[in-house]
Design a protein around this ligand. Structure first.
Ligand code: SAM
Length: 270
């Protein structure tokens, strides 16, 4: 079993509760805002949610009317998805498949939308994964992907007081130059792969896509708020709404992309 599969099998039970934390409430609200307009509504349309995990996006997408294939490498993440999909009465609209998005069994030009949210950071060869997703996407159809921003990832290492921990400056430098990686997990070891906004755009363009829009997610987040605050699950709704309003104001500005912890891209197959 691959390290990633093992990791998400272990995390599956707590995955949905972690999404109640401030950071994910904000990220998820932004994801949906820029994903929803591209979700087809016809019952004849077909969406691929690659690395769809617990069905976080497959469920709202299916509610809009289309059929969804929820594909994931982790059996345990899919088990959680299965329970949630059944509870929502959506088993006839969402087909669950265990598989590897780097090697898909579907023919070329199959899907009306491909989503792969919060997965690109897991791949050391992102070209392989993106071209496989593009292969199964219909010509002219949209794809929504997100990347972890290396500019923010490097700066997030900086301490409040650099004299107390001077070597951390070197760490930030090394993360920036990909000589050192932040880790998603130490056992099994899983690196967090990052891209700068320009690298992300280049990756999409050389994969046969026309980039329509790139938005920043989390401009207020990893650098401005403490990790402890970001992971709190008891932040009052009004505070979350106020932070979200600020986030959306930033995300509407094209020149703020470099500030987001994540970058969400919407592109179309040429
Ligand atoms: C951070 S989770 C994101 C889940 C979901 N997209 C979301 O936004 O909540 C990453 C998911 O990608 C899945 N994954 C990782 N590598 C994969 C691969 N090669 N093929 C299919 N799924 C994969 C993991 O099992 C996990 O469920």
């Amino acid at each position: 079993m691959e390290a990633v599969e093992k990791h998400y099998n272990r995390k599956s039970e707590s995955y949905e509760s972690v999404r109640e934390s401030l950071v994910f409430r904000i990220y998820d609200a932004i994801t949906w805002k820029y994903l929803e307009p591209y979700v087809p509504t016809s019952p004849n349309s077909l969406v691929l949610d690659a690395g769809g995990g617990t069905g976080r996006w497959a469920i709202p997408m299916a509610k809009k009317g289309s059929k969804v294939i929820l594909l994931d490498i982790s059996e345990e993440m899919l088990n959680i998805a299965r329970q949630r999909i059944e509870a929502e009465g959506l088993a006839d609209r969402i087909k669950i498949e265990k598989g590897d998005m780097r090697r898909l069994d579907y023919p070329n030009d199959t899907f009306d939308l491909v989503l792969s949210e919060h997965t690109l950071f897991l791949f050391d060869q992102p070209d392989q994964m993106v071209s496989e997703l593009v292969r199964v996407l219909k010509r002219g159809a949209p794809i929504v992907l997100s990347a972890q921003n290396r500019l923010v990832q490097a700066l997030a290492h900086l301490p409040d007081d650099a004299t107390a921990n001077p070597e951390i400056l070197q760490k930030a430098h090394k993360v920036f130059h990909r000589q050192h990686y932040s880790m998603l997990s130490e056992d099994p070891p899983i690196k967090i792969h990052t891209l700068t906004p320009d690298e992300f755009r280049d990756l999409l363009e050389r994969s046969g896509l026309t980039v329509k829009r790139m938005v920043c997610k989390g401009a207020t987040m990893p650098l401005r708020f403490s990790q402890q605050f970001l992971m709190r699950t008891d932040v009052p709704d009004q505070t979350v709404a106020d932070i979200l309003q600020l986030e959306l104001a930033f995300s509407e500005q094209p020149d703020t992309i470099a500030m987001g912890g994540h970058i969400q891209a919407i592109a179309r197959k040429k």
